[in-house]
Design a protein. Structure first.
Length: 208
C-alpha cells in the first residue's frame, strides 16, 4: 500500500509519499529536502522501518527551516496514521519500541498510535546546538511534527552520545526500528487497537 499526503499553506507545499510494501533499491534518491542532513535522517527511518519515503518541498517565498521540518513531520505522521487506520481490521500492531546505536551513541524510542499527540525527548548526554549545518531544535521539531500529524505518543530517550552526528543518527535509527514494529501485521491483533479503550467514536453536533 502506498499513501501520499500533500500539505499546502500560503508558505509552502509539502508532499510525502510512503510505500509501505518495502524498501526500494533506489530509496535514497526519492528523499529530497533542502537540508542534506535531514534527508540523511529520513534515509535511516526508511532503512530501519523497511518503507520507501518520497518527499518533495516547494516554497512560495522563503525556505524557512522550521516550516520544512515541522510540516514534513506532520505530513509523514499523517501518512503513517492513514496506513494504520486502513489496516485496523488486518491486525496492525500500532505501537512498539526500538533502539538505535552507532559507535558511542545510544537512543531508545517508543511510539503508540492511539489518537493522542505527545512528544517527549530526554537526554543523558549534552546535545549541541548545530549538527551538520542544521539546528538540533529543528530535528526534534520534525519528530514533534510526526506526533502531531500521526496523533501519536512518541518518547525518545538519548542514553549516551558525544558526537552530534552520531547522536541524531542513533535517534532516527531508533525511530525507524520502532516504526518497523509499529507497522507489523499480526493475525492475533486483528480488530484490536493500540490502547485498551478500543476504537474512538466521536459524536459532534452543531446548532446555529
Amino acid at each position: 500500500m502506498k499513501v501520499e499526503v500533500k500539505r499546502k499553506t500560503t508558505e509552502s507545499e509539502m508532499l510525502v509519499s510512503v510505500d509501505f510494501s518495502g524498501l526500494s533499491p533506489d530509496y535514497r534518491s526519492k528523499i529530497n529536502t533542502p537540508y542534506p542532513f535531514l534527508s540523511h535522517m529520513l534515509e535511516h527511518i526508511a532503512y530501519r522501518a523497511g518503507i520507501t519515503i518520497e518527499t518533495d518541498v516547494k516554497f512560495t517565498n522563503f525556505i524557512l527551516s522550521h516550516v520544512v521540518y515541522e510540516d514534513l513531520g506532520i505530513a509523514f505522521g499523517k501518512a503513517i496514521r492513514t496506513y494504520i487506520m486502513e489496516n485496523y481490521q488486518n491486525g496492525i500492531v500500532g505501537f512498539g519500541d526500538g533502539v538505535g546505536i552507532i559507535d558511542e551513541a545510544y537512543s531508545a524510542c517508543a511510539i503508540s498510535f492511539e489518537e493522542r499527540s505527545h512528544f517527549n525527548f530526554s537526554s543523558k548526554a549534552p546535545v549541541i546546538e548545530m549538527v551538520e549545518g542544521v539546528a538540533s531544535e529543528d530535528l526534534l521539531t520534525f519528530i514533534e511534527g510526526v506526533s502531531q500529524g500521526g496523533l501519536a505518543t512518541i518518547h525518545v530517550n538519548l542514553e549516551k552520545g558525544v558526537n552530534g552526528h552520531h547522536i541524531f543518527e542513533a535517534i532516527f535509527r531508533s525511530i525507524g526500528s520502532t516504526l518497523k514494529n509499529v507497522l507489523t501485521l499480526s493475525e492475533e491483533r486483528k480488530s484490536l487497537t493500540s490502547g485498551v479503550a478500543g476504537k474512538i467514536d466521536w459524536q459532534i453536533e452543531i446548532e446555529k
